[in-house]
Design a protein around this ligand. Structure first.
Ligand code: APR
Ligand code: ZN
Ligand code: ZN
Length: 367
């Protein structure tokens, strides 16, 4: 079958047609991919910001149709439409039992090793293993994942729109609704309004935030931010974005701030932009080893919280259908997030477009 494989850091993805995938074993499912989103985290694996063992089939934001299921799988059957979850839920570990499935021990291990629960990946080429990013590997025509790594959705929903729920929507909207629990009437500032940041903005609209300040370096992204509900925009390239946010909030700072890039400097800015008693939420994934600084006095004196947000603190089984309901009700814009569609052969062009800030989300369709 065909797929896109990362063979070395900063190399273009290699489009191959000799990729093999195992048949699902007990507790696993095989998915025929329909659409996959191109997320900055994929780019972060390509450039070494996020580490995954190579060669690796990237892709962790996708939707498709169940092709086959292994022994003991009862939640889904062939023909079901599903969205992949990049942290699968085992249902039995410490975290799953405490209703924090975004931290699932097995899902986390699969994510870190880019493999299935037994440590071996679903893919191979010429008899040699090829890993699957985050235990998913959506840049292939078929993949095999743990049954807890897919969520069944309504057949009537477009699989293109549903694919984005696999990462960007869930991370961004979940950061607002689950991690921060933004209250109606609040002021929110979002630094980085790309594929994930736009979802923080629309999550803030759903939460009933009154003022939503978008901060980005690119005017085209700030225009998109307005379309997704930003009430004010700040171009971080022209002036001091922290001072700008303060002046838009009577000098106080925002009730909630979100860093959605993954850079130390903007993490510090997100902290500084939050008001006394406010909350700064870190959503973007920085390079391992990077430190961000906050003077020790301030979290205490300002009674200010710094919250980390992994995968929108999601329970994918609860949240994927909820976000798709909001989409059906017109309260979440998913079609509008897709700026361009690419074929698998054009996937490297898709990443160039992401790098150049041309797209909210680019997607690859397999049909
Ligand atoms: N100040 C403000 N905005 C910035 C800055 C900066 N210094 N640097 C980059 N940006 C903006 C870019 O212009 C872009 O609009 O941040 C945005 C990042 O968006 P995308 O590239 O679309 O990335 P996205 O897919 O949204 O992912 C963002 O979340 O899931 C994680 O790993 C992912 O860390 C990444 C982050
Ligand atoms: Zn992602
Ligand atoms: Zn678990």
């Amino acid at each position: 079958m065909r797929g896109a494989v990362l063979t070395g850091l900063n190399e273009p993805l290699e489009i191959v047609d000799d990729l093999e995938v195992i048949e699902p074993r007990a507790g696993e499912v095989k998915v025929k991919m329909h659409t996959t989103g191109l997320c900055h985290s994929d780019l972060s694996v390509i450039n070494g910001t996020i580490m995954q063992p190579m060669p690796c089939v990237l892709g962790h934001e996708g939707a498709g149709v169940i092709e086959a299921v292994g022994d003991g799988v009862t939640d889904v059957s062939p023909g079901d439409h599903v969205v992949l979850s990049f942290v699968s839920q085992c249902g039995n570990c410490y975290f799953c039992k405490r209703h924090e499935p975004y931290l699932c021990e097995k899902g986390t291990q699969a994510m870190a090793t880019a493999a299935l629960y037994d440590g071996t990946p679903a893919f191979s080429r010429g008899g040699k293993p090829v890993t699957q990013m985050s235990g998913c590997g959506t840049f292939a025509e078929y993949t095999v994942v743990p049954a807890g790594g897919v969520v069944k959705i309504d057949d009537s929903i477009s699989l293109e729109a549903a694919a984005l729920v696999g990462c960007g929507v869930t991370t961004g909207v979940g950061a607002v609704l689950n991690t921060a629990e933004v209250k109606p009437g609040s002021t929110v500032a979002v630094i980085g309004t790309g594929g994930v940041g736009l979802n923080v903005i629309q999550g803030a609209v759903v939460a009933g935030a009154e003022k939503i300040i978008a901060v980005d370096l690119l005017d085209n992204k700030l225009e998109m931010a307005k379309q997704f509900g930003a009430t004010d925009v700040v171009n971080a390239g022209s002036g001091n974005p922290v001072a700008e946010v303060q002046s838009l909030t009577e000098g106080r700072g925002a009730d909630y701030t979100f860093e959605v890039i993954g850079m130390a400097a903007t993490m510090t800015q997100a902290y500084q932009m939050a008001r006394r008693g406010g909350t700064a939420v870190m959503v973007g994934v920085p390079k391992m080893g990077e430190l961000f600084s906050v003077m020790g006095f301030f979290p205490v004196y300002e009674n200010k919280a710094i919250k980390g947000c992994w995968y929108g603190s999601a329970d994918t089984r609860r949240d994927f259908p909820e976000y798709l309901d909001l989409y059906k009700e017109g309260k979440l814009k998913l079609d509008e997030l897709i700026t361009r569609e690419f074929t698998l052969d054009e996937i490297n062009d898709g990443f160039e477009a992401l790098k150049n800030g041309e797209v909210a989300r680019g997607v690859v369709r397999y049909d």
